[in-house]
Design a protein around this ligand. Structure first.
Ligand SMILES: Nc1nc2c(ncn2[C@@H]2O[C@H](COP(=O)(O)OP(=O)(O)OP(=O)(O)O)[C@@H](O)[C@H]2O)c(=O)[nH]1
Ligand SMILES: [Mg+2]
Length: 311
């Protein structure tokens, strides 16, 4: 090996680098936290549980090193094959990482959902588990200690840190804590890399996010978005996308009176897509019914949820 190569290697090995999965029950703020940590909106968020359906990887790089964050679906009691898929994605993301962040609501109530996660954490060997108590902005300071105390009795965490993902409170401290547990090594990705998500997938997710935010009851949970085509023409990007739902009655609601709901979804999604693609977007949306797609391996695979792809 030449001197120059030797020099490069020793310099790179001064970096702290590692993979960190963010796990927890639905709606605790995992995707909000990941977006804030990397300073960019990659994962969609909503106030409805079960927003994230896939493993979403993003990269944080600083002078200290590089952390590859893995956002995961919320761990819940699944009611269909899509739910099984989501929970499998989450539990598989707990393997082969350098640290785990378990995100929880800031309450002293530890329910069945939390207990079952604790049981799974007990099976994880040799991985530091950091408890992140989120939504700090919703409780009084004095209550934080009580929450910390309650959780400390349940499990031997490597660290416990309260944050507000939404407001960005304590996130620098959280990054410091995570880096403590990262091994030394060479950067996995170049410094400009932010995510492994293909553009088409982010576009589909941004449309699904607006559907999640604008639609009520059980409709959003049965929605999937497929990008039919994406064509760049000088400074314009033409996108055709289909919103898939499970029932004819849902299709009517998604379209809305004289297409008003579909228009709303499109006009909310377009600026976000334009921001991401950095060009003007012409977005055309369609709605299709695929009965019970959430229980069909074939259709799930078509919409990007392939059970065979989970290791
Ligand atoms: N008040 C407050 N709300 C938050 C905070 N972090 C997230 N939220 C809200 O919690 C809701 C859920 O956030 P998400 O980031 O989608 O939660 P998630 O854990 O990724 O949810 P799933 O993908 O369904 O598992 C959204 O309405 C967020 O705005 C926080 O620090 N404070
Ligand atoms: Mg999420």
């Amino acid at each position: 090996m030449s001197d120059i190569e030797n020099l490069d290697l020793s310099e790179n090995n001064n970096k702290k680098v590692g993979f960190v999965s963010i796990i927890g029950r639905p709606n605790v703020g995992k995707s909000t936290l990941m977006n804030h940590l990397i300073g960019q909106k990659i994962a969609i968020t909503s106030n409805k549980p079960q927003t994230t359906r896939n493993r979403i990887q993003t990269v944080y790089t600083s002078d200290v090193g590089q952390i590859v964050f893995v956002d995961t679906p919320g761990i819940h009691k699944s009611k269909n094959k899509l739910g099984d898929y989501m929970v499998n994605v989450a539990t598989n993301s707990m393997k082969d990482v350098d640290a785990l962040l378990w995100l929880v609501e800031p309450t002293t109530y530890i329910g069945a959902g939390e207990k079952s996660i604790i049981e799974q954490l007990k099976k994880v060997k040799d991985t530091p588990i950091i408890l992140v108590i989120n939504k700090l902005d919703t409780i009084k300071k004095a209550e934080v200690l009580e929450v910390i105390d309650t959780y400390r009795k349940e499990f031997d965490f490597a660290d416990i840190i309260p944050v507000s993902a939404r407001k960005g409170d304590n996130l620098d401290e959280l990054l410091d804590v995570i880096f403590k547990y990262m091994p030394y090594g060479t950067l996995f990705y170049d410094e400009d890399t932010v995510t492994d998500q293909p553009e088409r997938q982010i576009v589909a997710e941004l449309i699904r996010e607006k559907a999640l935010r604008l639609l009520d009851e059980e409709i959003p949970h049965g929605v999937a978005v497929a990008i039919d085509s994406m064509k760049f023409d000088k400074k314009l990007c033409h996108i055709d996308a289909t919103i898939v739902c499970e029932k004819d009655s849902h299709k009517g609601i998604i379209i809305g009176k004289q297409g008003s709901m579909l228009k709303k979804i499109g006009s909310m999604a377009r600026p976000d897509i334009e921001d991401m693609l950095q060009c003007k977007v012409y977005l055309q949306l369609w709605v299709k019914v695929k009965k019970d797609w959430r229980d069909s391996d074939f259709l799930m695979k078509n919409f990007g949820y392939n059970p065979k792809e989970i290791e």
